[in-house]
Ligand binder design. Structure first.
Ligand code: CUA
Length: 128
């Protein structure tokens, strides 16, 4: 009896194992092109982002990993809904996913008051 249950479980696992990859193959819209999101790590520090320019191809799913080297900063991609807070140093990272489906140059600006250079704290996202 136990053997029969184990055999049944084995067959279910086997069936799921076979079905799994097929499901993945048919569900991705651009499966041949993009294996996953592009991870972009950005550090914020008064009053700049490093790197300060990010260039991607249109359609790229970007996974921004944002950290601060000093105080709280913001991360707004002007013209999109992206507006995140970057916690101060050692308080972890903020992960923001953005699909770059609009071509052009986007201003990234700090959206949290962080000091004298706050309004000049900028970066650039280029989608081409
Ligand atoms: Cu950084 Cu405001």
């Amino acid at each position: 009896m136990v053997v029969l249950i184990m055999l049944t479980n084995f067959l279910i696992v086997l069936a799921l194992g076979i079905a799994g990859p097929q499901d993945l193959r048919t569900s991705g819209p651009q499966d041949s092109k993009s294996p996953g999101p592009r991870v972009v790590r950005i550090t914020a520090e008064r009053f700049a982002y490093t790197p300060s320019e990010i260039v991607v191809e249109k359609g790229t799913v970007i996974e921004f990993h944002l950290t601060s080297d000093d105080t709280d900063h913001g991360f707004r991609i002007v013209g999109t809904t992206v507006n995140a807070e970057i916690p101060k140093r050692r308080r972890g990272e903020t992960v923001v996913t953005y699909t770059a489906d609009i071509e052009g140059e986007f201003v990234i600006e700090c959206s949290r008051p962080c000091g004298a250079g706050h309004t000049a704290m900028r970066a650039r996202l280029v989608v081409k």
